[in-house]
Design a protein around this ligand. Sequence first.
Ligand code: UDX
Length: 440
Amino acid sequence: MSKITVIGTGYVGLVSGAILSDFGHTVICVDIDENKIEGLKNGIIPIFEPGLERIVKNNYYYKRLDFTTDIRSAIENNDVVFIAVGTPPADDGSADLRHVLVAAKDIATHMNGYKVIVNKSTVPVGAGKKVKAVVQSILAEREADHSFDVVSNPEFLREGSAIQDFMHPDRVILGAESDRAINIMKEVYRVLYINETPFVETNLETAEMIKYASNAFLAMKITFINEVANVCEKVGADVQKVAKAMGLDGRIAPKFLHAGPGFGGSCFPKDTRALARIARDCGETMSLVETTVEANERQKMKMVQKILDAMNELADKAIAILGVTFKPNTDDLRDAPSLVILPELAKRGAKLKVYDPAGRKEGDWRFSHIMDSITWCENAYEALEGTDATIILTEWNEFRNLNFEKFKEIGAGEYFFDLRNIYDKKTMLDKGFKYYGVGV
Ligand code: UDX
């Protein structure tokens, strides 16, 4: 059993802390936000992640998991300290390291013996060494002679399936400078190690690069199929079939070939920009990544154009919007295509009847500037009532089997924009809809 501290109870920190305690370790999660910590002790989970509440409550009950604002005791009492604080994008696209370095300072200030400092936040290449330098300088100030190691252990958690991703990862990346640190980390992930999860042991910089290269590649893969989809529409090809056949080639693989309105979320938009920046800063250009960023922005606007081309005029048209989150099973709207598409429709005079199973809370403030054009609804059918068009923006399961018989009854219109390709075009045309997918 390892004794672990996790600094930061955001998405990554909370999921990591909870599951490491589920693996049998003793874990304390630290945050400066007292309300959040009090809430967590009472089983209030500040993020939307299926399955997380049960794991948190269970491990808290069995005292394997605890929450505190007292960073000092959390550092003094444990040997492995994860840094899982936010790295928001700075104005130039690079990741802002401020919170990571504050955490490093806190660790060094309270260090009382050997510690492994594990970087889980997504940080620019070289950040591990910066953390090391900060810790060294504070220890020197303190005239304290404690040894420590810095490890880069990037996460690959998808929102909505983070538990599964943490418990059954495709690989665990450990970037470190000593065998001592690697062995301690193997003990932390022993459950996975004995299940034969591949472990990649490497240096700090390589581990940091693996994270960016992986995310940028996936973002590029989505963008590639989105651009193929746009061409498919023009030449009469079906991108669904193209993607399926491409994916059957083992070298390509089937995942992340689903055409849509553009990728969003907390990682791909941020990480692609950051990697492009890292490249530029060292005198290189990652042109594919830069193009991915641009093409993804274009894709969102193409969706607006698709709707305009079909409907001509949007003034006073009522449109049902099904889904605003960047993907299903999350309440997260960060960089969601809806943030671009809804205001563009509103600008042209459309009245939007919006329903999302979990996005209302964040949507309320994100769309406050177009509040006059939006009516929030309690379910899909309320949103569909008396509309001219339906737009599926997020593929929540509950939108996959809409009752089309009801459409006439409630006066839902014939335009159907399925921006996630969850319906079959021919079936929808046969039902009398003016159906528009992406690349079909
Ligand atoms: C992603 C990575 O998958 C994860 O490994 C990383 O560490 C964090 O970022 P996440 O952002 O939660 O996870 O969601 P993901 O499922 O990867 O989807 C990201 C975006 O791409 C969503 O907007 C989604 O709708 C879009 N997407 C994904 C597509 O448009 N097509 C696809 O085929 C796959």
